[in-house]
Design a protein around this ligand. Sequence first.
Ligand code: FES
Length: 105
Amino acid sequence: TKVVYVEYDGSEHVIDVKPGYSVMEGAVKNNVPGIDGDCGGACACATCHVYVDEAWVQRAGVPTSMEEAMLEFAENVEPNSRLACQIKVTDTLDGLIVRLPESQH
Ligand code: FES
């Protein structure tokens, strides 16, 4: 499953992420800068904040209340903000585009 990570400066990283991994894990395992995943995906750090491309918001699903609570600790939260560790990569997300916030640049 291809996931496109777009850094704040516009650099794109197209990564093949195995279904079952999270969007955060896909970035960390492949050294995509800008997603730290400090808490290891426990929804407890907000260093994996991403903006989901508008075209993908619906397919990426809605954040849980726990995720929403943690997003309050992220900077410049937008309606399409998500925590990348809470998005599970599946076949239907092939081509998913996420942008990384300035604060993680
Ligand atoms: Fe910590 Fe996502 S990795 S909240």
